[in-house]
Design a protein around this ligand. Structure first.
Ligand code: ADP
Ligand code: MG
Length: 610
């Protein structure tokens, strides 16, 4: 138990502690955030009002960059629409703080209750943030169904629509005219408190359970679903949190400038804030800070040149847009030289003190022993005109290893994809005990105790080995005993020593082992392995064989094993199913299969290479 205490999430406290990274990282990060913001504020106030103004704008921009990062960085979906939330926050808060007399004079059509309301910045901001969160929830529900570039384009649509509303809704926003008279109450210390809050929220979300799941989904959506992650739900959570931070930024900038208009929350600033996010690195709070510093620094310098200057007697004319061009060039530079941003994919404290989670050899996970068999009938999969799997029936029993063999392209992977919810069968049904599983999506099937690995390895490459397995443990079986299940699975697969390494850096064999560990952390009753020995040498394969045997004997798991290594299959399997061109051509014990003429003809025939 003691070994786990450096982790904020412990078995006993799950549900209260939502943080998945070592406690020292979080403490180091938060302490540094607070210290750095206070120090910067003190220095700026010592230099006078001009530098205070620069720092206030910097802080408010940073809140927005962190806000964008909470969604885009963790989900991997770039958003062009986040300034809409900044606009909603800005207008909502300003409507609440604007002096009543001014409202009656400049916005005569406001409803009475709103016209007479006049509150301070704090309550107005809280209300604006809550309102924006509700709007974001509704929008997120609507556009959360989109994937890939459609999702990105939808955010662009959002920006344009909200801009249009801001211009058109004259009775409330004064349209494209300046909305003036907002009390300018955002002082340096108000901005400082805001940015501390935003940085802490951003940092905590990244390493929260939801944030870790979302990052796993960003790395590999299919694999994340297969270990029980509900990607859409996590996306929605991050979308709402990020919108709330944007609203905070909007409320503060409105009360700093004293006047706003719809164009303040449109393409120019979207471009500026996205530049900060991309140049610094989307996936970390460190990156948000680095990007905001770099871009602010460069724009402050370029702005001085924009109005024209003279060097050694040479008069340079004023060039409109110098700043924009400069930012564009920096983005290009970043894309070529630092595609992950200045800060890369890790927070500074993660680089400085790696976590070293130690696998506990003695940790035994309370295996969920199932006595239910999986039965599938008439399984058929058509891809257009191609029938990849045709009318196949298969039964998988607990404690038994079933081999699934057949030449390349015979439909083994397709069958496995159907049984794990990755593909929806064209025909056929399958059951676990009496429960029908066909029709369920892959995270629902994972919840029912079926876990798998993939023929082409699908790890969360930029997450550590520990996190790869931990995500699976957190997302299945309600996350119970997640830590113990993670360490037990790592130890069982012999990869505990690599716990701290990024999964993508491991050798092929170790990556396959991590994939099996990740599947085991789901505490399955059935395990599907798609060519687990591919790329392993003889010794590694023999090792794997021992391990797999242990899984059935110690844990009572049922295994469906696809492999081309017939020695592995014959020694390990209780029963073998043979596919050829989508049809099941034989089923039986290894001896029966070895002597089956149809199998010899189809699979072991002299002309077959595999
Ligand atoms: P195996 O795993 O036995 O090598 P697969 O199940 O991968 O075979 O493939 C069976 C057949 O289905 C092959 O002809 C393959 O080209 C085809 N196939 C597999 N997946 C798809 C897909 N997503 N779209 C179209 N055809 C596919
Ligand atoms: Mg295959």
């Amino acid at each position: 138990m003691k070994k786990y205490s450096r982790y904020a999430v412990r078995n006993r406290t799950l549900g209260f502690d939502m943080i998945t990274s070592p406690r020292k990282h979080i403490i180091a990060s938060i302490a540094t955030i607070i210290a750095a913001v206070i120090l910067a504020s003190l220095i700026a106030s010592a230099f006078g009002a001009a530098s205070e103004r620069v720092l206030i704008v910097f802080f408010i921009s940073l809140i927005a960059v962190v806000g964008m990062g909470v969604y885009s960085g963790n989900s991997g979906i770039l958003s062009f629409g986040h300034l809409s939330f900044m606009a909603i926050g800005a207008y909502a808060a300003s409507l609440l703080t604007l002096p009543a007399q001014l409202k009656i004079a400049t916005l005569p059509k406001l409803p009475e209750w709103l016209a007479t309301t006049e509150m301070g910045l704090l309550p107005a901001t809280v209300i604006a943030v809550l309102l924006t969160s509700v709007v974001a929830l509704l929008i997120g529900l609507a556009i959360g169904k989109l994937e890939g570039s459609a999702a990105v384009i939808a955010t662009l649509g959002l920006l344009i629509i909200v801009h249009g509303v801001a211009i058109g809704w004259r009775d409330v926003t004064r349209g494209s005219q300046t909305f003036f008279g907002i009390p300018a109450v955002t002082s340096l210390w108000v901005a400082a408190v805001g940015v501390i809050l935003a940085l802490i929220v951003g940092r905590l979300y990244r390493d929260s359970i939801s944030g870790l799941r979302l990052r796993a989904g960003r790395e590999n959506a299919i694999a994340a679903c297969a270990v029980g992650v509900r990607i859409r739900r996590e996306r929605l959570i991050s979308f709402v949190i990020s919108a709330a931070l944007m609203a905070l930024s909007g409320a503060l900038i409105a009360h700093f400038l004293g006047a706003i208009s719809p164009k303040k929350f449109y393409f120019t600033d979207t471009f500026l804030l996205l530049a900060m996010l991309i140049v610094g690195g989307m996936t970390t709070v460190t990156g948000a800070v680095a990007g905001a510093v770099a871009i602010t620094f460069v724009t402050e310098i370029l702005r001085r040149f924009e109005g024209g200057f003279s060097v050694a007697g040479l008069e340079m004319p004023a060039v409109f847009g110098t700043t924009q061009i400069g930012i564009g060039l920096i983005i290009l530079f970043a894309m070529f030289r630092k595609p992950d941003g200045l800060a890369g994919l890790k927070e500074w404290e993660e680089r400085l003190f790696p976590g070293h989670p130690v696998g506990d050899e003695n940790a035994v996970s309370a295996q969920n022993v199932s006595t239910q068999s999986l039965t599938a009938e008439d399984m058929t999969m058509k891809f257009g005109g191609l029938i990849a799997v045709s009318d196949v029936a298969i039964t998988l029993n607990p404690g038994e290893i079933t081999g699934l063999i057949g030449p390349n392209g015979s439909g083994k992977t397709t069958l496995m994809n159907m049984l794990s919810g990755v593909l929806v069968p064209t025909e056929g049904e399958f059951f676990l005990g009496n429960e029908m599983l066909s029709g369920l999506v892959s995270h629902e099937i994972a919840d029912r105790g079926i876990a798998r690995t993939f023929q082409n390895i699908r790890l969360f490459e930029n997450l550590s080995v520990f996190q790869n397995v931990f995500v699976a443990a957190l997302s299945t079986r309600d996350g119970k005993n997640a830590h113990a299940r993670t360490t037990a699975a790592l130890a069982r697969m012999g990869v505990a020593a690599h716990a701290d390494a990024d999964a993508g850096t491991l050798s092929y064999g170790d990556q396959r082992r991590v994939e099996i560990a990740r599947a085991l952390a789901c505490e399955p009753s059935l395990l599907f392995l798609d060519e687990p020995a591919a790329g392993m040498n003889r010794e590694e394969t023999d090792n794997l064989m021992e391990t797999l045997r242990g899984l059935t004997i110690d844990l009572g798991l049922g295994i469906l094993l696809v492999d081309h290594d017939l020695k592995l299959i014959n020694q390990l399997c209780d029963r073998i199913v043979v596919l050829n061109e989508g049809h099941k051509i034989a089923e039986g014990s290894p001896e029966e299969i070895q002597n089956n003429p149809a199998v010899i003809e189809a699979y072991l025939g002299p002309n077959r290479q595999d």
